[in-house]
Write a protein that binds this ligand. Sequence first.
Ligand SMILES: [Zn+2]
Length: 178
Amino acid sequence: MARYSRSNDWGFPRWRGYGSGRETTQVRICDRHGCEEPGDCPAPKSPNSPERWYFCATHAGEYNRGWNYFEGLSAEDAAAREAQETRDTSGYAEAKHYGWGGSGDGSRSRDEMRALDVLELESDADFDAVKLAWRRLAKANHPDVRPGDADAAVRFQAIQAAYEVLRAAEDRRTWRPS
Ligand SMILES: [Zn+2]
């Protein structure tokens, strides 16, 4: 799976609600361990990182006051905790995503959400919007256009990877056994 941790120059956090205007999606649960509230407050995991926590209002407040979610944990422990919590809170959604039938309700995997973020799109963007954003950003960051620009090269790779993730997801949704 593509990871975007290297594109840590991606830019400032964009504060926006995922899934706003989409009533039928499953509810994302707060990322705070043990919390069962809906997590609809995105918070960057670190400055200039495209990765987000999604907290309930209470825990977003706690996080924003400087509470360190991974305080005292080694990098391995932190990764293990995140993997564990991903399984706990979104395993169902991920499993559903790989099922047949392409529900058409716009449900997105975590990787797709990251990919949409890289392409500067909202969570309900359709594939035509994906293609347009991909062409625009790939063009703007292409090595031929920005020779010697290492930041642009990193962005270009992330943009390509994001497009591959979303294209593969689109194929899974639209493919039907004949
Ligand atoms: Zn919470």
